[in-house]
Design a protein. Structure first.
Length: 394
């Protein structure tokens, strides 16, 4: 589960607190809040939350707000959907969020089984990064991930605020009377959620008794996994704090939007990344700041888990390669994520050709390793790393 990190932006204009300090306070506070909700910010376990609620839609609350762009649909409102005794499931997501992507098979299953029996599924896309506001990016991601239900682009977070939402992913089930009868934050609780959908549909007069429950299997969490690397952000908007947060080198925190030469001494703490070569710290990403010829520069970190992914948005159009090493060697075929290819020398790499999450590691067993990513391109901009412990999944 992801929590929205920066909800205090407006304070920058009203307070005399330095931006970097306020950002640091915000990040630390949110990390602590997230840790209270689960064993890590990207836990695959069900979130400890009050999932069963009953509140009515009143005025603009729990209604679509500020939506000017739609994918897979003409514009409509939740009230429109409820007019014919339909039940509406609102799913807040964003297309590079690994937690959101892991829920999509279940949403696809529910849409296929119940859309002809009164269920209206709405994906509210509330972006985490600026490039996720681009309509073409969201449309391509929706097609790639098999999202065929209506998607409303909530670029200004007006619908997010109308629901008082704070999480990716988050699901709200609304009955024909306009009441939220079930909600869930994060991954997990899929059988519970489907049972709530079936109950709401039955109460609305739909017969779903012949529809099988739980066709999609729950993710198989590695039994040996007691921890794993948390999501690592690269931009300073989530990285500046008094003691540092994700960046492992002090130079990163000296100033913002600066190109510096970093030296990786090979000493890695968990939950931090380390740079070699010339990089620029940007608000949302760390950017490789020069072209090289022999992969001289890299970003490295200690990894604990089963799978690893990276969110990349090229700074300019054009393809480039990112090479991946584990413990100072190329990946083996059995360790390769879905996006990995191998060159004639056996080196493991993936090709960046659009703004999205790239799946680069899927190892057979839960374990600890050192990962390094390198590219000769100065278009290489890293936004976040995400991780998992599930067997056969990202």
């Amino acid at each position: 589960m992801k929590i929205l990190y920066l909800q205090t932006t407006s304070l920058f204009e009203r307070a005399s607190i330095p931006r970097w300090l306020l950002l640091g306070i915000t990040v630390v506070a949110v990390v602590l809040l997230t840790a209270c909700g689960s064993d890590s910010p990207t836990s695959t376990e069900p979130v400890s939350a009050e999932n069963h609620v009953s509140s009515s839609i009143t005025g603009d609350r729990n209604e679509l707000q500020g939506i000017d762009t739609w994918i897979n649909s003409e514009p409509f409102t939740i009230a429109d959907q409820l007019e014919d005794n339909n039940v509406v499931l609102v799913d807040f997501w964003t297309y590079t969020c690994v937690n959101c992507l892991r829920t999509l098979p279940f949403l696809q299953d529910w849409h296929e089984k119940y859309s002809d029996h009164g269920l209206g599924l709405i994906g509210v896309h509330s972006p985490e990064f600026e490039f996720e506001k681009v309509v073409e990016n969201v449309a391509e991601a929706s097609e790639r991930e098999g999202v065929v239900w209506p998607v409303a682009l909530d670029n200004d977070f007006e619908t997010w605020r109308a629901f008082s939402n704070r999480y990716w992913p988050a699901k709200y089930l609304i009955n024909p009377e306009g009441q939220i009868v079930y909600q869930h934050f994060g991954e997990g609780a899929y059988v519970e959620a489907e049972e709530a959908i079936r109950e709401a549909l039955t109460d609305a007069g739909n017969d779903v008794s012949d529809i099988p429950l739980g066709v999609v299997n729950n993710p198989d969490r590695d039994p040996n996994a007691d921890r794993y690397t948390r999501e690592l952000y690269a931009g300073y908007e989530r990285n500046f704090s008094i003691n540092g947060l994700y960046a492992g080198q002090e130079q990163y925190y000296l100033d913002q939007d600066r190109v510096r030469e970093y030296v990786d001494d090979g000493i890695y703490e968990l939950q931090k990344w380390y740079l070699q070569g010339n990089w620029q710290n940007g608000p949302e990403s760390i950017i490789h700041a020069r072209e090289t010829t022999d992969l001289e520069d890299h970003i490295a970190f200690k990894f604990v888990g089963r799978s690893a992914n990276v969110v990349i948005d090229p700074t300019e159009p054009g393809d480039f390669e990112v090479y991946v090493e584990i413990d100072d060697r190329p990946l083996k075929e059995e360790e390769a994520g879905d996006d990995i290819q191998f060159d004639s020398d056996g080196n493991s790499y993936f090709t960046v050709n659009e703004a999205r999450m790239y799946k680069f590691l899927e190892i057979p067993q839960f374990s600890e390793h050192i990962l390094k990513l390198s590219s000769n391109s100065d278009k290489f901009a890293i936004f976040a790393f995400t991780f998992g412990n599930n067997r056969g999944g990202f």
